[in-house]
Design a protein around this ligand. Structure first.
Ligand SMILES: *Cc1c(COP(=O)(O)O)cnc(C)c1O
Length: 402
């Protein structure tokens, strides 16, 4: 097997379809699915050489696998990173990148507005291993400056954040973090590698839940960690090889197929989202629309500097009737939708809506949620590939029903 796509100066759209493709001697058109846990050796001596690291080859699929390698290589080309490790889920990617970076006694500084499980890892799990965690308001540079005035091992953030779409100034935070000695890890799920390239904005490591837009069709879980060869080989590799968050070869193949259409999907879904966000802004019954692509977004200018577009995610608040609270309004609106599905997943070709207060963010204390700006009537919409006029009509009829 020989992959020479990395050596060719193909443009990004070509790399998404062909990058990393590594054909076997059967000359298959499609990427092969190598459903194998192990590999055989010609001789006992070859096995010894492989284990000594004297011969580069596949040893065991917890370490590497041809289909998983193709996915890693395509991701690497897309992100413009030196190296990539694929993981079974996005959370495995987040945990591996942080756990491989911090040691007992180290400090971690993270933004407050995180995906629920990332919040658990930073605020609850890592402190049990002796990591001191400081959480800051991601959009307030002075809070980063304060928190990073002491030596720090790692900085973790999500931008735009879920669900209030806060946009963090990546180059500014990266500079403060590097002065404090920290490795900067960015969860780039909402923007996707198509709309934002954190490594070019000062980050050291980028993590993905490939479950979201990279698959984008609701089929499988996956994750990826991208960074320098030094980080991936010397720091991450021993951690992932021995703790086992390996991606299944079948899921790697599904994700390779997802990458082939990623750019087309993200562009179309983001265009739909911008049109819907504009439409929602003028609707009676909608009291607030949060979308980085709108001039009304508090960090709109920064978002347009860091991201190619506002993404496919919109959050909005609903007006409440006289006798109901925000949650009741949000529930009635969601239940009245006929096309858009109620689901906590995102990045799918199907438009999906969720009520963060009772789903993704129900673990967070009500006062903290209120401070984060996650209101009782807030819903988060992941805009899909449907005709935008059908989406508008569905929202309009559901608002009428409310
Ligand atoms: C979904 C998600 C994760 C976790 O990914 P899984 O694939 O569900 O493990 C992490 N960060 C963000 C921002 C997410 O949306």
């Amino acid at each position: 097997m020989a992959d020479d796509s990395a050596k060719k100066n193909w443009r990004p759209a070509t790399q998404l379809v062909r990058g990393g493709t590594n054909r076997s001697n059967f000359a298959e058109t499609n990427e092969g699915v190598f459903m194998t846990s192990g590999y055989i050796y010609e001789t006992a001596e070859q096995a010894q050489r492989a284990f000594k690291g004297e011969e580069e080859r596949f040893i065991y699929s917890r370490f590497s696998n041809p289909t998983v390698n193709m996915f890693q290589d395509r991701m690497k080309l897309l992100e413009g990173a030196e190296s990539c490790w694929a993981t079974a889920t996005g959370m495995a990617a987040v945990f591996a990148s942080l756990a491989a970076t911090v040691n007992s006694g180290d400090r971690l500084v993270a933004s407050k507005a995180l995906f629920g499980s990332c919040d658990y890892v930073c605020r609850e799990l890592l402190p049990t291993f002796g990591i001191e965690t400081t959480m800051v308001e991601g959009t307030v540079l002075d809070q980063w400056r304060d928190a990073l005035s002491q030596p720090t091992a790692a900085v973790f953030m999500e931008t735009p954040s879920n669900p209030q779409m806060d946009v963090i100034d990546l180059p500014a935070v990266a500079e403060l973090a590097h002065d404090a000695g920290a490795r900067v890890v960015v969860d780039n799920v909402f923007a996707t590698p198509i709309l934002q390239k954190p490594l070019q904005l000062g980050a050291d490591v980028v993590v993905y839940s490939a479950t979201k837009h990279i698959d984008g069709q609701g089929r499988c879980m996956g994750g990826a960690v991208l960074g320098t060869t030094e980080f991936c080989n010397d720091i991450l590799k021993p951690f992932v090889r021995h703790t086992g968050p390996a991606l299944s070869p079948f899921n790697a193949w599904v994700l390779l197929k997802g990458l082939e259409t990623l750019e087309l999907r993200i562009e179309a879904q983001s265009n739909n989202a911008l049109e819907l966000a504009t439409y929602l802004s003028g609707l009676e019954g909608v009291t607030k629309v949060i979308y980085p692509g709108l001039a009304s977004h508090p960090q709109h200018e920064l978002a347009m500097k860091q991201m190619a577009s506002g993404s496919n995610l919109i959050s909005f608040e609903l007006a409440c009737g006289d006798s109901e609270d925000g949650k009741e309004a949000a529930f009635r609106f969601q239940d009245a939708l006929e096309l858009i599905d109620i689901s906590n997943n995102l990045g799918d070709t199907k438009s999906l809506i969720t009520h963060p207060v009772t789903t993704t963010h129900q673990r967070i204390e009500p006062e903290e949620r209120a401070r984060m700006g996650i209101g009782e009537s807030l819903v988060r919409l992941s805009v899909g590939l449907e005709d935008v006029d059908d989406l508008k009509e569905d929202i309009a009829q559901a608002l009428k029903a409310v």
